[in-house]
Write a protein that binds this ligand. Sequence first.
Ligand SMILES: [Zn+2]
Ligand SMILES: [Zn+2]
Length: 153
Amino acid sequence: MDLINLGLTEREMDTLLATKKLYGEGWPARVSTISKELNVRPPTVEEYIDSLISKGYIEKNAGVVRLTDMGLEVVRTIERNHRVIETFLYRMGMDKDLACKNAKIMQYHSTEEFINNLCNLLGHPSYCPHGKEIPHDSECCSRPQTLEIVLKR
Ligand SMILES: [Zn+2]
Ligand SMILES: [Zn+2]
């Protein structure tokens, strides 16, 4: 998935990430819990949620917010972008925290083509420097590595 042409704002994408995180931790994602997670006022979170519902990325039932399949795909792509970029920066010699900080900015603004090229260059890595799994792209990661560059580690 290419995030660039979806027309989602960073805050909308953060709302999807927060929803997945709360759900993963066993908390129902509601306006109140997402508001705390993002440190954004509830009326503003309502706006993000309404926009995401109209675009088909989340559903809301009895106050509980859930990701649709499309929303899950966006979250998976953000995680893939983040972890591929982070792995690249780390192998370039940047420390983990700084690599993570930079990846947080670039994760929203990278084309699929760029990420797949980096993934190929890195040999389709399975884990980021923090040991978290990097979601594979079925097309990218079934191809052999064809790009090469000399990195420090
Ligand atoms: Zn990170
Ligand atoms: Zn790959």
